[in-house]
Design a protein around this ligand. Structure first.
Ligand code: KG4
Ligand code: ZN
Length: 337
């Protein structure tokens, strides 16, 4: 089975062709970063319009790169939610309509299920069951994963998502959008300077996260310190360590609770080197294994949507003829495969 995947939930247009025998045949990505940079964040209406401009040329490119024609495609998967409704509707409209006109089945995919399954695109894919730490711009959650669609959310952020905390903190440090990777770059130049950043919600039981206080703590630290590049880098490092440490503590707790020894880390923040190193070390100590997507599939992409969609289409699940987006969509309401 060969599936065309379409991702348009936020500020990246991602298209891919995935074949269950031959693997990933092509993927094409257009990032709107430059478009939104002047505004310091994603402007939903501009995002939708840019998806409209880019989606068809990217589909043509992905099909060509995959050496595929319409006849070779067995189904179309598109991100149905969660995300920005206007952006989602572009992918849903094109995906649903193309599938109808080509006479193929369509499936609407949950964006976070896409992230969660992204490590399956790698040669050393994890076996079920595992614990997943999903850390993106819109979500932070710990999920007990027993199979495709068998998800139990054990904990999530009660305020800002991890990526959002990176982005907002980067903004108040004067860094341009998208702040996460920029803050990480600045932090890499920082040295241990004795800052005592909190590890929010680690002193009480439970697996929820809260990151908005860290942002305020960073703002207060910046205000109290000299305004030079090295001090900024040291503060960025202390902030990053606090986020990473907090995520690691909660992962360890969830692994203990579930008894699982495989950890999957996915979503935009899983591209963060400090997080990857820290969790790799922790899993080594715990005699477990950690799995990440390759760098380019940590952030939004079409490959993860094509992969997730294929699993569902193969199991006979399909979308009706309605064009639908679902901006809010709890992960644990998905149908098992
Ligand atoms: O998964 P994603 O591409 O989009 C959403 O589904 O939200 O995640 C984007 C988020 C942004 O908040 C971005 O700043 C963050 O991931 N991010 C990073 C890094 N790369 C991307 N955060 C920290 N360190 C990074 N290296
Ligand atoms: Zn995402």
């Amino acid at each position: 089975m060969r599936v065309l995947g379409i991702e348009t939930s936020c500020d990246e247009t991602g298209i891919a062709v995935f074949d269950d025998e031959q693997g990933l045949l092509s993927h094409a990505l257009y990032s709107q970063v430059k478009l939104h940079a002047d505004y310091g964040g994603v402007v939903p209406e501009l995002a939708s319009r840019d998806h409209v401009r880019k989606i068809v040329p990217l589909i043509k490119q992905a099909l060509k790169d995959a050496n595929s024609t319409v006849d070779d495609i067995d189904g179309i998967a598109f991100t149905k939610g969660p995300g920005l409704i206007g952006a989602l509707l572009v992918g849903a409209c094109v995906g649903r309509s193309l599938a109808y006109s080509w006479g193929k089945p369509a499936i609407g995919v949950h964006h976070m299920e896409g992230h969660l399954l992204a490590p399956m695109l790698e040669d050393d894919a994890p076996a079920f069951p595992f614990l997943a730490l999903l850390v993106s711009g819109g979500h932070s959650m710990l999920v007990k994963v027993d199979g495709i669609g068998q998800y139990e959310v054990l904990g999530e952020s009660v305020d800002d998502a991890a990526g959002e905390a990176f982005d907002k903190t980067a903004k108040l440090m004067g860094l341009d959008y998208p702040g996460g990777p920029r803050l990480a770059k600045l932090a890499s130049k920082g040295v241990e300077a004795g800052y005592k950043f909190p590890r929010p919600m680690t002193d009480k039981p439970g697996l929820n996260f809260s990151f908005s206080g860290l942002k305020t703590f960073t703002a207060n630290t910046i205000a109290a310190e000299p305004d030079d590049e090295q001090t900024r880098a040291n503060i960025a490092r202390a902030f990053e360590e606090a986020v990473v440490d907090t995520l690691a503590i909660k992962c360890k707790r969830a692994l203990k609770q579930t008894g699982y020894n495989r950890l999957v880390v996915a979503g935009g923040v899983s591209a963060n080197s400090r997080l990857r190193e820290n969790l790799a070390e922790m899993m080594q100590q715990l005699n477990g294994e950690v799995f990440y997507p390759r760098g380019e599939f940590c952030t939004d992409n079409g490959a993860m949507i094509a992969y997730a969609g294929l699993q569902r289409l193969k199991a006979g699940q399909t979308e009706n003829l309605e064009v639908q987006g679902q901006p809010r969509w709890p992960l644990d309401t998905l149908e098992a495969v």
